[in-house]
Every structure is written in C-alpha cells, then in structure tokens.
Design a protein. Structure first.
Length: 185
C-alpha cells in the first residue's frame, strides 16, 4: 500500500483546502503525465488514485488513520452522529420518490394538483441539502482543529469523522439527484 499523501507530495494531515490538493496534484502531474519528457503512465495513474483519495474527506481520513495509527477506522458500519438529519433525509427522499411514482401514473387534474406539490418538495429538498452542507462545514472545521492540535487526535474520533463524512456525502448526492429529477418534471 502506498501513501497517497507522499505521492501527492504533501504533509500527512487531516485537513486540506481543495486548492492545496489541486496545486499539489498539478505540480506532480506536470512531470508524471505520459506526454511530458519523463512521463510515466503507471505513475500518473497512481497519482490520480492518490488525488481522488486525498480530495475526498472520508477517504483521506481512512488513509490517515491507517498510515498514522496502523489500523482501519473502527466504526466503519456505525451510525452517523446526526441521526435526526438521516431521518429527515430519508423522509424527504421517500416522499419525493412516491410523488414521482404518482405523477407518472396521474393524468389531467390530478397531475396539475401534484405539480403544485412540487414547490413544497423542492423547498424541503433545499432545506435538507442546506442542513447537510452545514454539517459538512462543521466536520471540515473539526478537521482544521485537529490539525492545529494533533495531540488531540484519536482513532475513535477520526473514525467517527470518517463515518460522518461518508454518510453526509451519500445523502448530499442523493438529495441533489432528487432535486435534479424534479427539474426534469
């Protein structure tokens, strides 16, 4: 197993800005790209894999825990810390899915009445999306604090962050997909 932080040429830490990761990637890509003088296809593929891992906060934390502590995150299958947000996300996703099914089989006046409900669904999807984005910002802030105080890092705390980032990313993706589906109606 290789160290994605080393491949990118960055320090091993929990938090990076997107710009820091992109700058490190582009610096390495200039020399490793297959079209450059000393380019190497295999090394370039390796660089792309490292970039994807470090760019994704959950993957970055998994790698950090494994490399720093020699273990995998212990709570990989645990529930996220924001179970209320999970319930809210599930509820709005189910409601939107049911609404879409009703709309597909509806006709005439019923279809018109269902289309009026679309605004309420869009509003709720936006609210849940905003809540998830706020949660991700809180998680990112936790990462920044950890880098300022490395002694406070524990495998348990980092593992909880891995779980939370993983769930938050999945939920945000599903909510955005549903929002997109509504725009097609």
């Amino acid at each position: 197993m290789s160290d994605p932080f080393e491949v990118l040429g960055v320090d091993r830490k929990c938090y990076f800005t997107e710009e820091e990761i992109k700058a490190a990637y582009h610096k390495q890509a200039k020399t490793l790209h297959p079209d450059s003088i000393h380019g190497d296809t295999a090394e370039f593929v390796h660089l792309n894999t490292a970039y994807r891992k470090v760019m994704n906060p959950a993957e970055r934390l998994r790698e950090f825990i494994l490399l720093q502590f020699g273990t995998s995150p212990w709570c990989e299958n645990s529930l996220p810390s924001k179970t209320d947000l999970f319930e809210r996300s599930s509820r709005v996703l189910n409601t939107t899915s049911q609404w879409n099914e009703k709309l597909q089989s509806a006709s005439g006046v019923i279809k018109s009445s269902l289309l009026l409900q679309k605004i309420a669904l869009e509003t709720e999807l936006d609210a849940v999306c905003d809540a998830i984005e706020k949660w991700i910002a809180e998680l990112t802030s936790s990462l920044q604090q950890m880098d300022k105080n490395p002694e406070g890092r524990t495998v348990e705390h980092l593992s909880v962050l891995v779980t939370d980032f993983t769930y938050a990313g999945r939920w945000l993706k599903r909510i955005r997909e549903q929002k997109f589906q509504l725009t097609l109606v």
